[in-house]
Design a protein around this ligand. Structure first.
Ligand SMILES: [Ca+2]
Ligand SMILES: [Ca+2]
Length: 252
């Protein structure tokens, strides 16, 4: 075999080796890309599952009507299960600042609360001068589902920005859920017998209830449910008896 032929064979082999190496490299990169896509999809699925389960367990984000659904849960005898009450209390605390970013998701509620909302009316792009964010708006809060790039931790995927609709939009469904939740929490704070809702149960409540039962003009119960001391579903003279006994025992 001539030297030229040998050289040609060597060159062909080298070229073949280069081509094979290139093809192997392509296949390896394609495999890595498929693995990255698979891992990203798995991460998204996991984040989504965490997000959904998080709503129903330790904290309920205000971003949808899950809060209302949970608040509506009662047993056959009309009581709210202890675990539901705990979940609602946890959700309420979470929204008001007991969360990983120690941030109150209601604008104007405390020093560390929402200052910018994603809104067609109040966003800074509306060029309000001075810019203002109305107090009392509930925003979406931490959102690991759409704002994963903000943090690897679910509860820290939050940014107070009027350009971030996933965390700071003031939605009707979010705010209505918060109103429902707040009303529920306030109802739990009711003081038994405090029919005039001044925060204490005293002789004034007994006088008020008595006048109301006698249908004296102008007499009214600010909190009718607080008057149902024997918890039979209505306010009547029997409740007045319970209230007077309660006050006597308390020395009021
Ligand atoms: Ca009172
Ligand atoms: Ca009653």
């Amino acid at each position: 075999m001539s030297d030229e032929r040998k050289l040609l064979i060597i060159l062909v082999l080298l070229l073949a080796a280069v081509v094979i190496a290139w093809l192997v490299s392509l296949m390896k990169r394609a495999k890595e890309h498929r693995e990255q896509v698979r891992q990203e999809q798995a991460r998204r699925d996991t984040a989504k599952r965490r997000y959904v389960s998080g709503k129903l367990k330790d904290y309920v984000l205000e971003r949808d009507d899950a809060t209302c659904q949970i608040c509506s849960m009662v047993t056959d005898d009309g009581t709210i299960p202890a675990e539901v009450r705990a979940s609602m209390q946890s959700a309420f605390n979470y929204i008001l600042g007991v969360n990983p970013v120690s941030y109150c998701y209601v604008s104007g509620e405390g020093e560390n609360s929402v200052r910018q909302i994603y809104s067609g009316i109040y966003t800074t792009r509306a060029k309000l001068d001075p810019y203002r964010c109305p107090d009392g708006y509930v925003t979406e809060g931490a959102n690991s589902n759409n704002a994963r790039d903000l943090s690897k931790f679910d509860g820290k995927c939050y940014i107070d920005s009027d350009g971030e609709y996933t965390t700071n939009e003031n939605t009707i469904y979010g705010n209505s859920s918060m109103i429902f939740l707040t009303a529920t929490m306030i109802s739990w704070l009711r003081t038994e017998g405090d029919v005039n809702a001044d925060g204490v149960c005293d002789v004034l409540d007994a006088v008020t209830l008595q006048k109301w039962l006698l249908a004296i003009p102008g007499a009214k119960l600010t909190d009718v449910r607080a008057a149902d001391l024997n918890q039979d579903g209505s306010a009547d003279v029997f409740d007045l008896g319970v209230l007077k006994k309660k006050l006597a025992e308390a020395g009021r």
